[in-house]
Design a protein around this ligand. Structure first.
Ligand SMILES: [Zn+2]
Length: 68
C-alpha cells in the first residue's frame, strides 16, 4: 500500500507502480476489496483501506529529514 501526504495536509492513496495519486483517504475512510483504476498503468489495483490505521501510523510517506 502506498500513501502520500500532500502539502495541504490531505492524504492520498497512490498507485504502487507509478505513484499516481488515485484517491483521497480520510481518517474515517474504509474500503475493502475496492478496485481502484490507475489511468497511468491502465490497470486495476485492489485496495484495502482502513483510514484509522493509516493515520495512526507514523507518517508513512513523509519526506525524510535531511533528504535533498
Ligand atoms: Zn499506476
Amino acid at each position: 500500500m502506498k500513501i502520500k501526504n500532500t502539502a495541504d495536509g490531505s492524504t492520498w492513496f497512490c498507485c504502487p507502480s507509478c505513484g499516481r495519486k488515485l484517491f483521497k483517504v480520510m481518517q474515517r475512510t474504509q474500503c475493502r476489496d475496492f478496485p481502484a483504476w490507475c489511468r497511468g498503468c491502465k490497470r486495476e489495483i485492489i485496495v484495502n483501506i482502513d483510514g484509522k490505521a493509516i493515520f495512526a501510523a507514523d507518517a508513512p510517506c513523509a519526506p525524510q529529514a535531511g533528504a535533498s
